[in-house]
Write a protein that binds this ligand. Sequence first.
Ligand code: NAD
Length: 291
Amino acid sequence: MINKFNIHAQKQEFPGSDTDLNPPAEFISKDYFGSKKLEGKVALITGGDSGIGRSAAFHFIKEGAEIAITYMKGYESERIDAEWVKKWAENEGGICKIYPVDLRNSQECVDLIKHVLLDFSKINILVNNAGTQYPNEDLSTLSDEQWLNTFATNVHSMFYLTKATLPHLEQGDVIINTSSVNGYLAPGNMVDYSTTKGAQISFTRSLSNQLLSRGIRVNAIAPGPVWTPLQPATLGQYNPEFVENYGGNSPMERCAQPSEIGPSFVLLASADSSYITGQTIHPNGGMMVGG
Ligand code: NAD
């Protein structure tokens, strides 16, 4: 059982960095031992430099996968986070390559897939994880710019990357999309974000049906509150107090560490979930959402 941890009011510059999180986040439990569940697989994880994506990256390395991770180009803090993951993976005897990209751009997504295929010659696991969020209390003040940016980051990137990757996926390969409990709870101060997270669930379901005949599974993960740079870099920008005791109003009265989300990615990436497709896993600390 992970104890509650003290989270103070804080903010970071967008897109945020794991290095500046206070308290620091945990990405993999010291009690997690891999068992070669992903040996021989190549995984591409967007936003694998930090937070939930970093935890997925650590767990995939422990399970024997080779990984490609993206970070948002143009930000030194992101490059540092990504280099840190690469170093960690190499210390574990694993292979990790890092790719700067702006996933809102269709051509950059296509080029990313080309580069990853050149480097690894295949992709077996696509994790559409990168995302962003901004609070807004009143739809009449929600700018078109924010609406489009949230959709471009969370939804369009998923479409571009999946489309570019699909011709290269084979039977047994998987797609995993990081949605959110907010796709279900839909809080009133996050209309654009909640809408994108709901869209990810429907995309997951529809695509899973389309790909049944190819033996490619498509699933989603809808975490509850997780201690990542996203919170100080978005909520904290708006008001540092919003980050204080983050997740404290959830049933477990705390947010999750990223290390508590990573194992869900292993389940959906491995043959352990061979009879699961079109579904969403809910590591959310006890919130009843269904679906
Ligand atoms: P994070 O800040 O650690 O990761 C977000 C990543 O997205 C970053 O690495 C960032 O570089 C990347 N990104 C953002 N815009 C990008 C762009 N235009 N191009 C390329 N990369 C871009 O935060 P996180 O919480 O780990 O977020 C990962 C996913 O988890 C997101 O989809 C988020 O919506 C989802 N999620 C987070 C929480 C939470 O409480 N932290 C809860 C539910 C769902």
